[in-house]
Design a binder for this molecule. Structure first.
Ligand code: UGA
Length: 313
């Protein structure tokens, strides 16, 4: 089977490419190496894939692409995006519009024209916003609280439109705060573990009582693969761990796992940040047997080893 993975050099994309290759797929990775964070780190993410004979890399921006890499029968995994909840305000919003909405619309058009087999979209827990009801269920009303969340919800709606109007088979998977090796440098675990390593302070937005459903990247990849096999086209699925943890508790686990202290600095809560996320994962479990397995401790330990190798040579 042939997969096209957009955002292949990113955190989740690179793990997905590796898994597909290990399952015997032919994988075409697409990435424009946007400098939202160091393209050097993204190249490192892809090191294992690049040495695999069934992997090829296309360095294109989806907004400008003619999609010549796309073929009939392909499975499209659309993970490319301008990420980050807190950076999506102000003039930065233009990147979110282009990379999250326009790029998705262009890829959907090309997928329709070429006759792909299935389209999987990496959506986000941020489509829910500050919901009063937990756990978050796919049928609750999405009310994003950040411009980023608005663009992810718009892209989900585009998938639905192409499915309902043109029967383009697709599914949106709402990822919940993903962590593990290769996590993006702007995300909390990456920054905190780096601060533990260097002895610098970690800046907490708010008082640290915010709650997240932190989900291990391997569990997310399991969910993506499961969705290809068993998800209903036209549907939306949560991919979380179903476990709620406050940021403060997660930071304490990091101190325990690394055996080192973490210095904290507290600043005002960030605009666009929600108080809590917690996924109801019943739908994914019923439809394709999704069962997250990784504990927070083992994921943090793996991410810690990776952070050490990244920053200490
Ligand atoms: C993450 C990703 O960054 C989004 O791209 C993704 O769409 C989203 O998860 C999701 O679930 O859909 P976020 O939950 O903000 O967003 O993840 P982190 O960046 O790891 O932040 C977790 C918490 O730590 C947030 O409350 C944040 O304010 C806080 N934080 C983060 C800090 O206190 N300090 C930091 O330096 C970074």
């Amino acid at each position: 089977m042939r997969a096209v993975v957009t955002g292949a050099a990113g955190f989740i994309g690179s793990h997905l490419c590796q898994r597909l290759l290990s399952m015997g797929w032919e994988v075409v990775g697409v990435d424009c190496f946007r400098d939202y964070y160091s393209p050097e780190i993204k190249r490192k993410n892809l090191r294992t894939c690049l040495s695999h004979p069934s992997f090829s890399l296309i360095g294109e921006d989806l907004v400008a692409s003619n999609f010549s890499f796309l073929k009939g029968g392909d499975y499209v995994f659309h993970l490319a995006a301008q990420p980050g909840v807190r950076k999506s305000w102000g003039k930065e919003f233009n990147y979110y519009l282009q990379d999250n909405i326009l790029a998705t619309q262009r890829l959907l058009e090309a997928s329709l024209e070429k006759g792909i087999s299935f389209f999987v979209f990496a959506s986000s827990s941020s489509v829910y916003g500050n919901s009063p009801n937990f756990p978050l269920r796919e049928d609750s009303r999405p009310l994003p609280f950040s411009p980023y969340g608005v663009t992810k919800l718009a892209a989900e709606n585009l998938l639905r439109l192409y499915y309902e109007n043109f029967s383009l088979p697709s599914v949106s998977l709402r990822f919940f705060t993903v962590f593990g090796p290769r996590q993006r440098p702007d995300m909390a675990f990456h920054r905190a573990l780096k601060a533990i390593l260097t002895g610098e302070e970690f800046t907490v937005y708010g008082d640290g009582s915010q709650i997240r459903d932190f989900t291990h990247v391997e569990d997310i990849v399991d969910g993506v693969i499961g969705a290809v096999e068993g998800a209903r086209a036209g549907e939306v699925y949560n991919l979380g761990s179903g476990r709620e943890v406050s940021l403060r508790d997660a930071l304490s686990i990091m101190e325990r796992v690394t055996g080192r202290p973490l210095k904290l600095k507290f600043v005002e809560a960030a605009k666009g940040d929600v108080r809590k996320t917690l996924a109801d994962i019943t739908r994914a479990r019923k439809d394709f047997g999704y069962r997250p397995r990784k504990t927070l401790e083992e994921g943090i330990e793996q991410e810690w080893y990776w952070i050490k190798s990244l920053y200490s040579g």
